[in-house]
Design a protein around this ligand. Structure first.
Ligand code: MG
Length: 395
């Protein structure tokens, strides 16, 4: 199997721009010191790579392309991909991964899942189930709700047998949101594999900040420190308890879970997120949540706990630390945590701006003993490890 990767960087998207005159298209803006395109190309190192660009960007492309084949795109996304597919003809390519340059953080794991799925499917693409409620809206008002069951968010790379997707593109006319649409129009079956929250598409200015934080963390942790460079490792723990009260749901580690009780608290009472926030403050020797967000202050009434966790993570970053691991244990008989653990890890990782494999959420019961055993409340404990190397800089 010879696999090629097509990196599509021909668009002229402007939603990511901040309004500065002369701003580059988003795929050429710098992210952690390198153009977004360069990150996307690096993710597919080892495969035969094709970079599809806007004809105006030929000079920029030369600076990042390396051994990738550079192809000028067309007027639409579909036309750009087709140009790249045509350029691959006669090169002995058997399958192709088509990836948006605006997703620079795609992991080797996601790429591997798509390639693996192609062994048994005509097409494969990463996707994430929609977990947020969906609304319709008009003029700033909510006008209705939509059922989210069976809805997925599409990601890239989208993989196909080379001959099949080339034929599909040749037969396709008009605009397509992505290559799965083109493939399906040609009757190909496309299987979904698990995507990742960190495989985000840079669309708005805030997306760049999130991506920058995450890449800085990964870079600092992988970079070999100078010989004998001092390493500053901090560990903190946190513990929290909230009592049950009447209600129909609880918030745990950023996930809303239907339950026959609620948790009592000044904020949203997310006991897991409070313990983790305190663990980070603890590692920094910076007190606890109550000091930074006094319960006596009415502005924190009903507050989302993500505000607290984001503050602690940002404080660590501003001191030059990266979060290398976080581990939360929830102690309760009910609700069952297991089915929600993956969503909880993703939510915490997103808020803290770190990769999800650095974040653990697990649960235990107390064997029906004590206040958690009697289902009077939920307890949570957490550990956070922060690291600063001499080469690390404050963000
Ligand atoms: Mg609390």
């Amino acid at each position: 199997m010879t696999t090629a990767a097509i990196i599509v960087a021909a668009g002229r998207g402007t939603r990511a721009n901040t309004g500065q005159p002369g701003e580059s298209p988003k795929q050429w803006r710098l992210l952690a010191g390198e153009p977004v395109v360069a990150h996307a190309l690096a993710a597919f190192a080892g495969l035969f790579r094709v970079l599809v660009i806007h004809p105006d960007d030929a000079d920029l492309a030369r600076t990042v392309a390396g051994d990738a084949l550079v192809v000028a795109g067309g007027a639409s996304r579909a036309a750009s991909v087709r140009a790249a597919l045509e350029a691959l003809e006669g090169r002995g390519i058997s399958q192709v991964l088509i990836h948006d340059a605006a997703r620079p953080m795609v992991s080797a794991a996601v790429i591997g899942r798509v390639i693996e799925a192609l062994e048994r499917a005509e097409g494969a693409a990463p996707a994430l189930a929609v977990t947020d409620a969906l609304w319709t809206g008009s003029g700033g008002l909510v006008t209705g709700t939509r059922d989210r069951s069976g809805l997925y968010r599409a990601q890239t790379p989208q993989g196909f047998g080379y001959a099949a997707i080339l034929a599909a593109h040749r037969a396709f006319a008009g605009e397509a949101a992505d290559d799965v649409e083109v493939a399906r129009a040609a009757g190909l079956d496309v299987v979904m594999v698990e995507g990742e929250e960190t495989n985000l598409k840079l669309t708005y200015p805030g997306d760049f900040q999130r991506a920058e934080r995450s890449l800085q963390t990964e870079r600092m942790l992988r970079a070999p420190g100078p010989e004998g460079a001092p390493m500053d490792v901090r560990m903190g723990n946190g513990f929290d308890v909230h009592a049950f009260c009447e209600g129909n749901h609880v918030w745990l580690c950023g996930v809303r879970i239907a339950h026959d009780k609620a948790l009592l608290g000044h904020s949203d009472a997310d006991v897991g997120m409070h313990a983790l926030t305190d663990a980070i403050y603890g590692a920094l020797a910076e007190g606890d949540i109550g000091q930074h967000f006094p319960p006596s202050d009415p502005q924190w009434r009903g507050a989302e706990s993500r505000i607290f966790l984001a503050h602690a993570a940002e404080l660590a970053r501003s001191r030059g630390f990266v979060l290398t691991s976080a581990d939360v244990t929830l102690i309760c008989e009910r609700p069952k945590v297991g089915p929600h653990a993956a969503a909880m890890r993703a939510a915490l990782a997103e808020i803290m701006g770190v990769a999800v494999d650095r974040v653990s959420v697990k649960a235990t019961t107390s064997e029906r003993l004590g206040f958690t055993g009697r289902e009077e409340g939920i307890a949570a404990m957490a550990t956070a490890v922060l690291l600063k190397t001499e080469g690390g800089q404050a963000a």
